[in-house]
Write a protein that binds this ligand. Sequence first.
Ligand code: IMP
Ligand code: MG
Length: 245
Amino acid sequence: MLIAIFAENAFNGIKNKVTLCHFGRREIARAFRYRWFDGCHAVNVQKTEVLVMRYNHKCITILVPMNIKIADLEFEPLLNYEAIQTRVKQIAKHINKDYENKNPMLVGVLNGCFLFMGDMVKQVTIPCEIAFTKLSSYHGGLETTRRISDDLDLTRNIEGRHIILIEDIVDTGNTLDYLVAKLKKRKPASIVVCAMLVKPAAQEYEIKELKHIGFEIENEFVVGYGLDYMELGRNIKGVYKRVVS
Ligand code: IMP
Ligand code: MG
């Protein structure tokens, strides 16, 4: 778990960032047991547990992202909003360069894409068009049903256009394999895929068009930042992974 440790000047309250390190709950518990810290209190601030401790006569604040519960499952933090935004900006930079004077069409794959797409287009500074299509295959559960339902077709004419598909996550690749093949028949000038997350270990279909990847993750179920479990959790700012006990 990634947490930030700040040393706080107890007198004027100014926080100086001291270090950013991997530090789990177990380590924190051990630190308490061996009295590395001589005083502590914890408060909750928007899904972040803030532990304030005294150590070597200094006040140390530790920010611990907390686990969350969605329906019957528990999830732990995987990617925070700031890390996602940094990556979004990097990808948008490539798009701005590659598609200058090409008026690309960014096509979001609903529902999962909506936050990623929203943040991405705000960083795309070249002229571009925005469109959406909607497909589903998970139908609320923890695994793909492999049954793709084509809920909303892309109604725009894409012949001769440069298409950038914006997808939330590539799991088996089944959905994108289907969508890319369908759109190719409409003779676009080019198609590339930009996916926020990819699970390489789960991928069964090779997607040659997959050009931009936000983050590669393990083969685990995730929610947040557009992704759902039982249609819940799409509004969560960061990405959380399922805790498997
Ligand atoms: P694929 O067809 O197996 O690649 O699955 C793609 C779709 O399944 C994605 O667009 C998501 O909507 C959904 N999906 C895949 N993995 C997850 C996950 O870990 N959490 C939530 N939805 C997921
Ligand atoms: Mg999707």
